[in-house]
Design a protein around this ligand. Structure first.
Ligand code: ZN
Ligand code: FE
Length: 260
């Protein structure tokens, strides 16, 4: 038994697999826990039980069922506070937040970013210092090697979201909610066949998946080197599509990926 009287200082970050390819990110300090986008309650309850953790906070990035499906059960089972996008219909009661709001959870301060595109009110959560480096929960906006589909937003909005992420420190760990990396990287290779950093990263991620390890979290620096949607202004990416300016290039890239 871990002594619970000691004030916990070490924070842990774990991806809890759910459904076919979702990750429900959990952070905990051996005592209290926070989860992001619990599409399913059962895998979260199992981890809480196993590790004897108290769920305090549920963060939600957008309204899709694979991100909110477990919220009600978890709230009822644990009394956790739910914090999510002010502009979307998510399970209530929840505290609605948007750009420049801050959230205090597990002794840390999280900044809210508005990043519409995948959905109209999609938000992301960012903290400057999580065990020595920044951390980003970006939902279905940024994936490693890719970005979310534009269900409710425009290419201009998603490009703006990519630019907001690109402005974060390079060592920011990027916690995406789907393990889409390998299929994204196959597309990325088609866009930039001569990008050697991308080829190396693809090998690295293939080895991780062969060992049944997550490819996430990624980092902003990695995504800037390998992700065509973060690199849409690079000449190599621009010349791979027919777009002639920034938004048109991004739109053409997203349309190509939709049918790849
Ligand atoms: Zn989604
Ligand atoms: Fe999703």
């Amino acid at each position: 038994m871990v002594a619970k009287s000691i004030i916990p200082t070490h924070m842990n970050l774990i991806p809890i697999p759910a459904f076919a390819d979702n990750y429900i990110w959990m952070i905990h300090n051996e005592q209290d826990a926070l989860v992001v986008d619990p599409g399913d309650a059962q895998p979260v309850l199992a981890v809480l039980r196993e590790r004897n953790l108290q769920l305090k906070t549920i963060l939600v990035t957008h309204h899709h069922a694979d991100h909110v499906g477990g919220v009600d059960v978890l709230r009822q089972a644990t009394g956790a506070e739910v914090i999510g996008p002010a502009g979307e219909d998510i399970p209530q009661p929840a505290r609605g937040v948007s750009q420049d709001d801050t959230v205090q959870a597990l002794g840390q301060t999280w900044s809210v970013m508005d990043v519409p595109g995948h959905t109209a009110g999609h938000i992301a959560f960012y903290t400057e210092a999580f065990e020595g480096a920044p951390l980003l929960f970006c939902g279905d906006t940024l994936f490693s090697g890719g970005c979310g589909r534009l269900f409710e937003g425009t290419p201009a909005q998603m490009l703006h979201a990519m630019d907001m992420f690109a402005a974060l420190p390079g060592n920011t760990r990027v916690c995406c909610t789907h393990e889409y990396t390998l299929s994204n990287l196959r597309f990325a290779r088609a866009v930039e066949p001569d990008n050697t950093a991308l080829a190396q990263y693809q090998q690295h991620c293939e080895a991780l998946r062969a060992a049944q390890q997550p490819t996430l979290p990624s980092t902003i620096a990695t995504e800037l080197a390998i992700n065509p949607f973060m690199r849409s202004r690079q000449p190599t990416v621009r010349s791979a599509v027919t777009g002639t300016e920034d938004v048109a290039t991004f739109a053409a890239l997203r349309a190509w990926k939709n049918t790849f």
